[in-house]
Write a protein that binds this ligand. Structure first.
Ligand code: MLC
Ligand code: AMP
Length: 463
């Protein structure tokens, strides 16, 4: 507030996970600002896109990246660049300690926006999902009750805090319950197992669980834990079963999305059914809809998942067309995921209607890569698709058709992509093909490509 932040101003941050980030989150809320956290692996090119689009007043980064990012931020119209920690006069910690007079919190209403999280799309560039106080607070309250959080809980927090899972599901639930958490810089299997003896809950993406299963110390350490939650990507039935065999605990799988917060969850007391995401959360409606007729499909049949409730976002930042395209007339949001409901009401996610790869819980939208690859010298066209990966669930592969007679410099292409895209989005494998498989409508058949090239990880397990 002392730096001139007014209600509705954006405060962006790209910094390594640190407790000071929670103070920034609190400060943004108290000053009526909108928090905009950015993935730490985004490149300068990606950061510059987000800052130009959201036009934050403040940009916060790490001391180490200040020299390279400050100019980018000022070029995008940022008024003040701060560093998160340290004793320099532009550090958030220094400013906090220098602030001697009290500033009154700015009152905010339920519909005011608390945060913007960018999420890529199947068409064009990333869009900022605007999340209101209503959406965040209502979802946290629902999860606290359903998952029985109390002040006695202690969460092992090992997720990144720039996406909804680590930032809102984990932190908001802990704060609303008055619980506590151990803040790890990132995923560290041995540290997590070490903390289990004094903790009660772990939240993670499926990769957390498959990795932890490899440690012989897991069963003893996990016994006294209260709850293991998984989400952000499908948890294999096999992982669920192995976890139960080794630890005696059934992982509780839930399903959510940046735009919707959490939508469904397996029950706390009743059966947690492997391979399902459970039931709609209290107060949230979930329906499966036929893509042709737009009508709800009967139980047992697959349809597109649509969601309605207080959990929904308030639209994409300055993008009413994309917002309208995602919403139904009756207020349901189209998730782009496909599911069916079984006889007992459990929802099974069976696939995605949207062209999306989820690698280690991080989303990669093929179109973003295809646009860059297609513009590379010698490339006629390309298709980016996901193949099964033992650690990340899925990994990214690109198939490229060169122009007649052209040779593609693969090393140069990899380097070009590295300059443009965060590491997790870069293809683990690029294959040169004569033509892309197409159906009779002319649409590229990515399932055919995935079937042809899905064996990469068996042949090259180090990828
Ligand atoms: C890291 N790398 C990845 C990757 N994470 N590559 C692909 N996919 C990923 N998810 C890269 C690294 O840069 C490195 O590159 C190499 O892979 C090996 O890294 P690592 O040491 O194995 O990675 P690690 O740091 O251990 O991270 C893996 C991870 C992490 C799975 C722990 O990615 C993670 O925390 N994922 C969770 C993401 C998340 O929070 N998703 C929720 C989104 S919200 P190099 O250069 O060495 O080859 C959402 C909604 C919902 O989806 O419902 O929750
Ligand atoms: P994001 O856009 O990063 O918020 O990712 C949301 C997407 O992650 C959803 O649309 C789903 O495709 C996927 N997802 C989240 N949780 C699950 C889950 N439990 N099972 C399968 N997919 C999931």
């Amino acid at each position: 507030m002392a730096l001139g932040v007014s209600p509705g101003d954006r405060v962006a941050i790209q910094a390594a996970k640190h407790v000071a980030m929670l103070e920034l989150y609190g400060a943004a809320i108290i000053s009526g600002a909108i928090l905009l956290p950015l993935n730490t692996s985004y490149t300068k090119a990606e950061i510059s896109y987000f800052l130009n689009d959201a036009r934050p007043k403040i940009f916060v980064c790490d001391v180490e990246s200040e020299a390279s990012l400050a100019d980018v931020a000022y070029d995008c119209g940022v008024k003040t660049v701060l560093v998160l920690t340290g004793s320099s006069e532009n550090s958030l910690e220094w400013l906090r300690d220098a602030q001697t007079t009290g500033l009154a919190p700015v009152p905010r209403g339920a519909e005011d926006i608390a945060a913007i999280l960018y999420t890529s799309g199947t068409t064009g560039r990333a869009k900022g999902a605007m999340l209101s106080h209503r959406a965040l607070a209502s979802n946290a309250a629902v999860l606290v009750a359903l998952w029985r959080f109390s002040k006695d809980d202690r969460l092992i927090h090992a997720l990144p805090i720039f996406h909804t899972h680590g930032l809102f599901v984990a932190i908001n639930v802990v704060m609303m319950a008055g619980a506590s958490m151990d803040f790890l810089a990132g995923f560290d299997a041995e540290a997590i197992i070490g903390l289990m003896l004094e903790s009660s809950v772990l939240m993670g993406v499926p990769t957390f669980y498959t990795r932890l299963l490899k440690y012989p110390a897991l069963p003893d350490a996990a016994r006294g834990m209260r709850l293991f939650v998984s989400g952000s990507a499908p948890l294999l039935v096999e992982t669920h079963r192995q976890w139960e065999m080794q630890t005696g605990h059934r992982i509780l799988e839930r399903y959510g999305m940046t735009e919707t917060n959490m939508n469904t969850s397996n029950p706390y007391d009743q059966e947690r059914r492997p391979g399902t995401v459970g039931f709609a959360l209290p107060g949230i409606e979930v329906r499966m809809v036929d893509s042709g007729t737009g009508l709800e499909v009967p139980d047992g049949e697959v349809g597109g998942i649509e969601v309605r409730g207080a959990n929904l976002f308030s639209g994409y930042w300055e993008n009413p067309e994309k917002t309208a395209a995602g919403m139904c007339a009756d207020g349901f949001f189209k998730t782009g995921d496909l599911a069916r409901r079984d006889e007992e009401g459990y929802i099974h996610i069976v696939g995605r209607a949207k062209d999306l790869i989820i690698s280690g819980g991080l989303n990669v939208y093929p179109v973003e890569l295809e646009l860059i690859i297609d513009a590379f010298p010698g490339v006629d066209e390309s298709a980016v698709f996901g193949v099964t990966h033992p650690d990340f669930g899925e990994s990214v592969v690109a198939a490229i058709v060169p122009h007649k007679g052209a040779t593609i410099e693969l090393a140069a292409l990899h380097e070009h992509l590295a300059g443009q895209l965060a590491r997790f989005k870069q293809p683990r494998e690029i294959v040169i093909v004569d033509a892309l498989p197409r159906n009779t409508m002319g649409k590229v058949q990515k399932n055919v490509l995935a079937a042809s090239y899905g064996d990469f990880n068996k042949e090259h397990p180090h990828h």
